[in-house]
Design a protein around this ligand. Structure first.
Ligand SMILES: [Zn+2]
Length: 146
């Protein structure tokens, strides 16, 4: 661990998988939100348990706030993927294609590596949902998301 704040696994909180559609995530969220809603609990529940349920309810809502929005979900997915891959130390970073520079001369997208080298990917190769590109100088790789 490098001290970077570890994000919560919002998918796990919703009992969902990252590949599930927005509609599926929403269903899971709604089900859980209903289940853990403070108003739905019986009045004679011990205070400690109520506290736990409220915490859970807050988490579920935080998860949906992030995953229910296309923009924040996309950001979170990148962050999550990055964390995963950085653990094995082989990847430089994860970027979206739109964050790369288009080079008209070379007819490819370029991203600069920390070593001074470059990651190059052609339009054709960038059509995959996820492409892994090697640095032309060092041994790191770049993951490009569509
Ligand atoms: Zn490099």
């Amino acid at each position: 661990m490098d001290g970077k704040k570890q994000q919560k696994d919002w998918y796990r909180i919703l009992g969902a998988e990252p590949y599930e559609s927005q509609a599926e995530l929403k269903l899971k969220y709604q089900k859980l939100a209903l289940l853990y809603h403070p108003d739905k609990q019986s009045a004679d529940m011990p205070a400690g348990e109520v506290e736990e349920l409220v915490q859970r309810f807050i988490e579920i809502n935080q998860a949906w706030k992030i995953l229910g929005n296309e923009k924040t979900k996309k950001e979170y997915d990148v962050q999550r993927r990055e964390d995963e891959l950085m653990k094995n130390g082989l990847i430089y970073t994860v970027v979206h294609l739109e964050d790369m520079d288009w080079n008209d001369d070379e007819q490819c997208y370029i991203y600069r590596c920390r070593c001074g080298g470059e990651y190059l990917i052609s339009k054709e190769d960038a059509k995959n949902t996820v492409s892994v590109v090697s640095c032309d100088t060092c041994s790191l790789t770049l993951e490009v998301l569509q």
